[in-house]
Each structure stands twice: as structure tokens, then as C-alpha cells.
Write a protein that binds this ligand. Structure first.
Ligand code: C2E
Ligand code: CA
Ligand code: CA
Length: 662
């Protein structure tokens, strides 16, 4: 389309130039023609008039000569002189007639012709008189009579002719003057015409130049807009944001006012977009843009980076101001959005980074905000201010979410099992199933990295089902092979929202042929406390089924003992953080000891995890801990090595020896 526009402009410019060129050519041609015409005109007139004037002058001088002859003849006495004079008289007459005849043949004006006719008539009248005077002189008549005749008859007639010839000359002078004037007028016309056409050409040229330059400027502006703004929301795009950041960074050198950027990502946009459609999604994105603009100051920049990601450049932002700004932005997005009587909660996570305290580079600043945003999303805190210790968090983890969906379906997940040893008998009594993800590119991934993602991506239900089924099938195999163990499976906090969980566990138990009592479900203390009413219902249901329940990571969260008493729990698991440190840290030792006592007082079993040394094993045994698991006894092992371990392990042997000793 831009190509077509360029073509259009090109054609228009071309047409413009052709018009200007045509005007110039016309101008030249017309001008030259007029000049040539005027020249020709002038030349004709000049040539003809010169000839005519010459002829008329000839006539005039001939008349004068003849008049002179008339006066001379009577006084000449010598017959030779007289003869010569008569000759002259006659030849002047011939000159006169010849000149007059030539003149009559020339192109004449009406006035000229009229004057010539009069001259001819007058000549005809004067001729006999003049001849008579000459004849009288020839025949030596009396001088007095001749002069009398000359003065009274011949001369007046001659003068009348001479006057007319004078008139003719005057007429010709006037005609020449008029022709010159006409030529001058013609030249003036040509000049005016040339000036007019020239001005028109100039005007057309200037108009074209003006129109073209305006179009070009307009298109340049349009292109700049396209290049700098997000077409959907009209907000700045990534390029413009960078430009503004660079500008602020440059300005900081003269006016050191710090600033910050807030990067936000809508929490449930994808879900809404998928269920309500792209049109609603687009409307929501526009509304988000409007709300953000309303929330910040007019000189702050709100940009959309694409998808559901926005960035706000906030002037004058110091660390103390971060909570207020962040909460204001979050509040703007937490207000529900409305669409056809539906209320839509989008929610957002926000990461903030500060210039110049955290980074002095525009791209780096965005990256820091991005990391902080990712941290905020994971912690569920709403917003996070960047700190260097977040730097290991990678945004690429997000793409793992979609891969995880695939992984669950395509068997990239596997279960490792960690044996749990009974302190009294030193037998392996159970196994904890621990999930692993064998990622095609990243290798083995620990559950701590992808379980939170599975929770966020809504994949936890299928992941839990897969773990339960795999673990129960494995247990069934072990049972068939004579290993009478129980199996502990970890449940995510989210699973306690899933009211269908008890029923599906029942099905899985039935399918694998495992009795409920052999299955222990581990739930973290925090998860139980946070979901109290939902959790209680589900836990009670599981308890009724006969499944054992264990509180995982006990001691790390907050516990309400009163609440704990009401839960249908069978076991407490002491978190490895206490167990691993209990020999060096008195506090941890106290927690371990009191947890064991508390559990026993409540009638619960205690299992310790993170037993890495013989002395930890011994201490726990002495404190009355029922069961332990840890690297000292066995690291979590893959299913295919499990049975070998169970058959060959020292723990099994020790357990048999201990039994013999009893
Ligand atoms: P957890 O339930 O507290 O699991 C115990 C963790 O401690 C396991 O890490 C285990 O490998 C590790 N561990 C065991 N003995 C020792 C020891 O002596 N020293 C040390 N340093 N560590 C030891 P893992 O497998 O990485 O699992 C981490 C967490 O992931 C688990 O903590 C559990 O909360 C979660 N998780 C594992 N599998 C699943 C699962 O299938 N579903 C759910 N929802 N969560 C799971
Ligand atoms: Ca566990
Ligand atoms: Ca733990």
C-alpha cells in the first residue's frame, strides 16, 4: 500500500513537471512567434516606406528643378544654354513621371492613393501651362510677359503639385511613425505575455513543489507515527519508549533527576482473549492503555511493548516513591473491566527498575524491570522493585509453561523415589515420589522450577494425576514383587481447590489395586492454612477414604495449633532446612525436638527429611523421630534402579540385622 502511495506521488510529480515544461515551451514558442511577426511587420513597413519616401522625394526635387528651369529659361540668351536648360527641364519631367508611376505600383494606403490621384490630376492641369511658359522662353517672347505668366499661372499650379507631394511625404512619415508605434505595442504585448506565462509557470512549479513537499512531509509524519506508535492503543511502542529513555538518560547529564520504569504484564489476559475472543481482548488492551494514561502524569510515557505488556516511564521516581506509584498502577488495573454485563478481572504484575541507581542503560533498565516483574508474578505480590539478586530469574522460564503442557503428554516427566527409613526397625518402610522433568534442551529440571509454573498455567491438575497414577502403578509393581511399602506423593497447594481430587484418587487407587492406607499425601503447612475451608473439606474427604495425610515442610510456615488439631492429619514432616542445620544451630535443634514432641502429643507420626549424616540419623533416632529420609541413606533414585537398591541396600541389610538382634 505504501508502494502504491509512492507511485501516486511519483505520477503526480511527473505530471507537474510535464505541465511546467509544456508551459515553458509554449511560452518560448509564442514569444518567438510574436517577436518574429513584429519584426517582419517593421521590416516590411520600413522597406516599403523608405522606397516610397525616396520616390516622393524624387518627385519633389524634380518639380523643384523644373520650376528652376522655368525661371532660368527666359533670361538665357545663348541658344546653347537655352537648349541645355530645356534638356534638363524635360529630363526632370521624365524623372518625375517615372517616380510617380513606380509609386503608383507600390502597395499604397487609401490616403496615399487619393493623394497620388490628386497629384496626377493637378499635373495634368499644370502641364499645358508649364509647357506654354517653356515654349514662350524658347521663342524669345518678351521677358516681362513670360515672368508674368510664370508667376501668375505656372508657378501656382506647380506649387499645388509640390504641396500634394509634400502631403504625401508627410503621410508617409506619419505611417512610419504609426508602424513603429505598432511594433512597440506588439513588443510590449509579447513582453507582457511572456511575463504572464512565466509567472504562471513559476506559480504552477511552486504549487507543485508546495503540494509535493507537503505530501512528503505528511507521509513522513505518517511513517514516523507508524514507526513510533502502537496502532491498537495509540500508545508509544518499543522504539519510541527507547527514544524517550535515551532522551531522559541524556537529560540526566544536565539535570540529574532520577526516573524509573514500570513494566507490567496482565495476569489473565491470555485466558480472557482465548475465551471471549480477540475483539474483546483488543478492547481490553485499549482500556488498559487508557487507564494507565489516566493514572500517570501527562509527561510520563505509557508504552505498549506488544501482547499484554506495558511499560510506563515515570519521571522523578526515587526508591521511596515506588510503593505509591506501583500501588496506583495496580489499583487502576485491578478495577474490574466490563464487557456486556460481564465483569472481567485481569490483574497485573508489575516490575520496577530505577535510573541511575540500578542501571544506566535503556535496554538494561527494561530487562531489570522485566526480571522484577517476573519475580512479582511468581511471588504473587503484585509488584517488585528490581534488585540484583533477582538477576538469575529468567524470562525464558515463561516459555517453559507451554512446553510443560507438552511434557506432561509426551512422557518427558519421570518420577524419582526417595526411601523413607523407620528409625526403630531401620527398614525401608516407604518411598516419596519426586517428580523430574527431562527437558530436551535443558536437561533434568528440579520440581521447584516448574511446579510453580504448572500452578500458574493451570496444569497442576493433570500433573498431579500423572504423578499419582505413575507412583501408584510403581507401588503396585513393588507390592507384587514383595516390597510392602507405602508411597508418599506431594500435592500442590492448588490441588486443595480441586474438589474432584478425592474421587479421582479413589479411581486411581482402584485401578492400581492399592489400598488407601498405603498412600500418603504430603501437603505443605502453608497450603493447608491458606485454603482453610476448601482444604478442610477435601482433606476430610480423603481421610474418610482412608488415605494418610502428612504436613510437609512443617515449621517453615505459620501454624495454628488449634487449627492443626482439627485437621485429619496423620504425620508431620520436619523440613530439611532444620534437620540439616540442627547440629550447628541450637534454634533448629529446638525446632526439631519440639516438632517431634508436638507430633507425638497430637498422636501423629514424625518423618524427618534432609538427613545427610550418620550423626543426624542417630540424633533423630534418639529424639524419637519415627522415620527419616535423606542423602545419607539414599538420594532420590530413578524407577529402574529402585528395586535393585531395595534388594541390595545396606539399609535393608542393617534393617534385617537389627531385626535379628531384637
Ligand atoms: P519436599 O516435598 O520437601 O521434598 C524433599 C526435597 O528434598 C526433594 O527435593 C529431595 O530431593 C530433597 N532432599 C531429600 N533428601 C535430601 C538431603 O539429604 N539433602 C538435601 N539437600 N535435599 C534432600 P526435590 O525432589 O527437588 O523436590 C523439591 C520439592 O518439589 C519438594 O519438596 C516438593 O515440595 C516438590 N515436589 C516434588 N515432587 C512433586 C510432585 O510430584 N508434586 C508436587 N506438587 N510437588 C512436588
Ligand atoms: Ca514432600
Ligand atoms: Ca521439605
Amino acid at each position: 500500500m505504501r508502494h502504491a502511495q509512492h507511485l501516486g506521488i511519483g505520477i503526480r510529480i511527473g505530471i507537474g513537471f510535464v505541465v511546467v515544461l509544456a508551459l515553458m515551451v509554449t511560452l518560448g514558442a509564442v514569444g518567438l512567434r510574436y517577436v518574429a511577426e513584429a519584426n517582419q511587420h517593421l521590416k516590411d513597413i520600413a522597406q516599403n516606406n523608405n522606397v516610397k519616401t525616396e520616390l516622393a522625394t524624387l518627385m519633389q526635387s524634380a518639380l523643384r528643378e523644373r520650376a528652376l528651369c522655368m525661371h532660368v529659361l527666359p533670361i538665357l540668351t545663348d541658344p546653347f544654354d537655352k537648349d541645355a536648360e530645356i534638356q534638363r527641364f524635360n529630363s526632370q519631367g521624365a524623372v518625375y513621371i517615372k517616380a510617380r508611376d513606380q509609386l503608383e505600383r507600390m502597395p499604397l494606403s487609401l490616403d496615399e492613393r487619393k493623394t497620388l490621384d490628386q497629384i496626377r490630376a493637378l499635373t495634368r492641369k499644370a502641364q499645358p501651362e508649364v509647357q506654354a511658359v517653356v515654349d514662350m522662353a524658347i521663342f524669345n517672347d518678351k521677358q516681362a510677359a513670360i515672368f508674368d505668366r510664370i508667376r501668375n499661372v505656372a508657378m501656382p499650379r506647380q506649387r499645388a503639385i509640390a504641396n500634394q507631394v509634400g502631403n504625401l511625404l508627410e503621410l508617409q512619415r506619419r505611417q512610419t511613425a504609426a508602424a513603429v508605434r505598432n511594433a512597440e505595442i506588439s513588443y510590449e504585448h509579447v513582453r507582457n505575455l511572456m511575463l504572464g506565462l512565466g509567472a504562471t509557470a513559476l506559480l504552477v512549479g511552486m504549487t507543485i513543489a508546495f503540494v509535493v513537499s507537503r505530501r512528503v512531509a505528511l507521509q513522513a509524519r505518517q511513517l514516523a507515527t507508524q514507526a513510533m506508535y502502537d496502532p491498537l492503543t495509540g500508545l508509544a511502542n518499543r522504539a519510541l519508549l527507547h527514544e524517550r529513555l535515551e532522551f531522559e538518560i541524556g537529560r540526566f547529564r544536565h539535570t540529574p533527576t532520577p526516573f524509573g520504569i514500570a513494566l507490567m504484564d496482565l495476569d489473565r489476559f491470555k485466558e480472557v482473549n482465548d475465551t471471549l475472543g480477540h475483539n474483546v481482548g483488543d478492547e481490553l488492551l485499549q482500556e488498559v492503555g487508557r487507564r494507565l494514561k489516566e493514572t500517570v502524569r501527562a509527561d510520563d510515557t505509557v508504552a505498549r511493548l506488544g501482547g499484554d505488556e506495558y511499560v510506563v516511564l515515570i519521571h522523578d521516581l526515587e526508591p521511596e516513591g515506588v510503593p505509591a506509584v506501583a500501588n496506583k498502577l495496580l489499583a487502576a488495573l485491578e478495577k474490574p473491566f466490563h464487557w456486556q454485563n460481564q465483569s472481567i478481572d485481569l490483574g497485573a504484575s508489575l516490575g520496577i527498575s530505577l535510573y541511575p541507581s540500578q542501571s544506566i542503560d535503556a535496554s538494561e533498565l527494561i530487562r531489570c524491570a522485566d526480571i522484577a516483574m517476573y519475580v512479582a508474578k511468581h511471588s504473587g505480590q503484585g509488584y517488585a522493585l528490581y534488585s540484583p539478586d533477582q538477576a538469575h530469574t529468567s524470562r525464558s522460564d515463561l516459555s517453559l509453561k507451554s512446553e510443560l503442557r507438552e511434557a506432561i503428554l509426551s512422557n518427558q516427566l519421570s518420577l524419582y523415589y526417595q526411601p523413607q527409613i523407620d528409625h526403630r526397625t531401620q527398614y525401608v518402610v516407604g518411598l516419596e515420589a519426586l517428580v523430574r522433568w527431562n527437558h530436551p534442551q535443558r536437561g533434568f529440571l528440579a520440581p521447584d522450577t516448574f511446579i510453580p509454573m504448572a500452578e500458574e498455567a493451570g496444569l497442576i491438575r493433570s500433573l498431579t494425576r500423572w504423578v499419582l497414577k505413575t507412583a501408584l502403578d510403581q507401588l503396585a509393581t513393588l507390592h507384587r514383587h514383595g516390597h510392602d511399602l507405602h508411597m508418599a506423593v506431594n500435592l500442590s497447594a492448588r490441588s486443595l481447590h480441586d474438589v474432584t481430587l478425592p474421587a479421582s484418587i479413589l479411581t486411581l487407587l482402584a485401578e492400581s489395586g492399592i489400598v488407601p492406607e498405603k498412600l500418603t499425601l504430603e501437603i505443605t503447612e502453608t497450603a493447608v492454612m491458606a485454603n482453610s475451608s476448601d482444604a478442610l473439606a477435601i482433606l476430610s474427604e480423603l481421610d474418610r477414604m482412608g488415605v494418610k495425610l502428612s504436613i510437609d515442610d512443617f515449621g517453615t510456615g505459620y501454624s495454628s495449633l488449634a487449627y492443626l488439631k482439627r485437621l485429619p492429619v496423620d504425620e508431620l514432616k520436619i523440613d530439611k532446612s532444620f534437620v540439616m542445620d540442627m547440629e550447628d544451630n541450637e534454634n533448629d535443634a529446638v525446632i526439631v525436638r519440639s516438632t517431634i514432641e508436638l507430633a507425638h502429643n497430637l498422636g501423629l507420626k514424625v518423618t524427618a527429611e534432609g538427613v545427610e549424616t550418620l550423626s543426624a540419623w542417630d540424633t533423630l533416632g534418639k529424639l524419637g523421630c519415627d522415620c527419616s529420609q535423606g542423602y545419607f541413606m539414599c538420594r532420590p533414585i530413578a524407577a529402574d534402579r529402585l528395586e535393585t537398591w531395595l534388594l541390595e541396600s545396606d539399609w535393608h541389610t542393617v534393617a534385617e540385622g537389627a531385626q535379628l538382634a531384637l
